[in-house]
Design a protein around this ligand. Structure first.
Ligand code: ZN
Length: 592
């Protein structure tokens, strides 16, 4: 599909979009010097190494090495294709991409997401109106009133309702001449042997928004005890429940200002908090937390507060999701509500202040786990051993030494065993882990030629005045690494066409994501490449090439000797003599 969007349109989108603005939707960025930094959404980290340059319109993570331009970011973050990333941004920045040259099939594919989003928006308006004014919407209105939702919250979350009819929405869209196949793709109607019927019936409807306030799916709740109590959209081309959080469109700004985000389980939990002016809250949509969710949470706030009911299922769910937070290095606290409460009932009965007070007393993950495992295994000798075993990795992994030793003391006191015994177990468990990390690093060592060639590319883009010398010396042609060679040729070609080349242009010309990342790192690592240094680098490279060639020549001479190929041998020796002489000449000339 890449060829479907004309190059000039791609460039237009690239130049209209602001990478800082786009990435800010997903990562909380702070200005540091000339660049912006934040916590990387692609690997787990506690100190920001994810860097965005507004000037160069690129990003790079010094932690995991991912980088590129604004398209690369969206492709990786949303797991979408290049044309999808281009068309998403084109819409956002008002660049019109013509679909005239596409075949009907290509056109359909290209426009499908758009159509589904449009259908979702219309359906949401339909449900919302039905709740507000339809005579049949009365039971929906009464239900929401009984649940205590204010009109303001109903509007803020565009809540709707639909009665028990089997084809209300179906008729609505067929009157609008929207193809039923497409409405089915949006997950709103279901196919039966003959025709279709509405998926959502007799339900309060919760539109699910993404961070850009587009409606990507729906949730529906029955008014009575019917089953299933909750029904969600199936996964569609625009909706993936493992990557969606309910309420994120409202939560974003207050999460950023408060630094924390409440994670609740249900729609009504979130809406109840919203009724009490607690807006830094998202809900998972009937699934347990996924790694993608945790990465989204990291983009919202520094600390996640998981709010669970005190029943067994809630506590188990909390315990299960903790390793994800540890792995993603995100601070997490657990708030277990008093018996018999969920966030909805608690905040309506006890009020906002009581909820906030309780959240102030929420437990960090280790104290929570200590209590959890004590309850699970008991404090028999066997139980104690299992508890220490279950906790040694989590405690050992804490980077804060003070916290680590305090938790070790807490654990030994609560289990009534010697602190030194606990410490010993943790030390054993972690030293094994440290060993693993070092071997991995050593294996990842990088060869010298590669570094040299990388350095040359860097100086070529940082100081284009050196390009003529690079061309004259035929430097790029001597590159060993084929991909770096291609990039070098691309840079030369771009600068030949125009002197006004932006970094984002160069990156847009590289297909391989790994090398896009590499180039971003070269551009972000700012070194002043003065002319003298550049010339020295070229000289250094030429020496390295000479050495490599000499080595190769010696190798071939040896082979010719072994094969007793006199003719080849004398050719090679002549070549060697010639090389030695010219290198002697060069040194002599450079000497004076
Ligand atoms: Zn990273």
């Amino acid at each position: 599909m890449k060829g479907l969007i004309p190059e000039d349109k791609i460039a237009e989108v690239l130049h209209s979009a602001s990478i800082v603005e786009v990435i800010s939707d997903y990562v909380s960025l702070a200005k540091v010097g000339r660049n912006y930094t934040g916590l990387c959404p692609f690997h787990s980290e506690k100190t920001p190494s994810f860097t965005v340059s507004a000037e160069k319109q690129i990003f790079y993570c010094f932690g995991c090495g991912v980088g590129g331009n604004v398209f690369s970011f969206l492709m990786r973050y949303h797991n979408i294709s290049f044309p999808e990333a281009v068309s998403d941004l084109a819409k956002r920045y008002g660049v019109i991409i013509s679909t005239q040259r596409m075949s009907p099939e290509e056109k359909r594919k290209f426009q499908q997401k758009d159509h589904i989003l449009g259908i979702n928006r219309q359906a949401s308006e339909y449900f919302h109106n039905f709740l507000a004014v339809a005579p049949e919407g009365k039971s929906g209105r009464q239900y929401l009133e009984k649940r205590g939702l204010s009109q303001e919250v109903i509007e803020r979350f565009a809540i709707g309702y639909v009665d028990g009819s089997w084809n209300r929405l179906l008729r609505f869209f067929s009157e609008k001449k929207v193809s039923s196949g497409l409405v089915e793709r949006a997950g709103l109607i279901v196919k039966k042997s003959q025709g279709y019927y509405d998926r959502f019936r007799s339900r309060i409807i919760f539109p699910i928004f993404d961070v850009r306030k587009k409606i990507i799916g729906f949730g529906g709740r029955v008014l009575d005890n019917g089953l299933p109590k909750y029904l969600n959209s199936p996964d569609t081309p625009v909706y993936d429940k493992s990557r969606s959080l309910y309420g994120i469109h409202v939560a974003r700004s207050s999460c950023r200002s408060s630094g924390s985000v409440f994670v609740v389980e249900g729609y009504f939990d979130l809406l109840a908090l919203s009724c009490h002016d607690i807006h830094n809250c998202v809900a998972t949509l009937g699934t347990s937390l996924t790694r993608e969710h945790v990465r989204m949470l990291k983009g919202l706030a520094g600390t996640a507060i998981l709010v669970f009911d005190s029943d067994n299922a809630g506590i188990k769910a909390a315990q299960r999701s903790l390793p994800l937070f540890t792995e993603e290095k995100m601070d997490v606290r657990i708030l277990i509500l008093p018996d018999g409460h969920d966030p909805d009932t608690f905040v309506f009965q006890q009020g906002r202040e009581a909820f906030l007070k309780l959240s102030g007393e929420s437990l960090g993950s280790i104290p929570f786990l200590i209590s959890y495992f004590i309850a699970k295994y008991g404090v028999s000798i066997d139980g104690k051993a299992r508890i220490v075993d279950a906790l040694k990795i989590s405690i050992g992994a804490l980077s804060d030494g003070v916290k680590r030793s305090l938790y070790i003391r807490e654990l030994s006191e609560r289990l009534n065993i010697e602190e030194s015994v606990v410490l010993e177990q943790i030390r054993k468990a972690t030293s094994r882990n440290y060993g693993k990390i070092t071997t991995l690093n050593r294996k990842g060592g990088i060869v010298n030629d590669y570094m040299l060639e990388k350095g040359i590319l860097q100086m070529m883009v940082q100081n284009p005045s050196i390009l003529s010398a690079v061309i004259e010396e035929g430097i790029v042609a001597e590159f060993e690494n084929p991909v770096l060679k291609n990039i070098g040729q691309l840079i030369l070609q771009l600068f030949q066409d125009t002197s006004d080349v932006t970094v984002a242009d160069i990156i847009a010309g590289i297909d391989d994501p790994e090398y896009r990342s590499l180039m971003s790192s070269l551009f972000l690592d700012e070194q002043a490449w003065e002319r003298q240094n550049c010339l020295r680098r070229i000289e250094q490279f030429r020496h390295a090439v000479d050495k490599r060639k000499a080595r190769l020549l010696s190798q071939r001479i040896k082979e010719a000797q072994e094969a007793n190929d006199q003719e080849l041998l004398s050719d090679l020796l002549r070549e060697k003599n010639h090389k030695t002489r010219s290198s002697y000449e060069r040194k002599r000339l450079e000497g004076c």
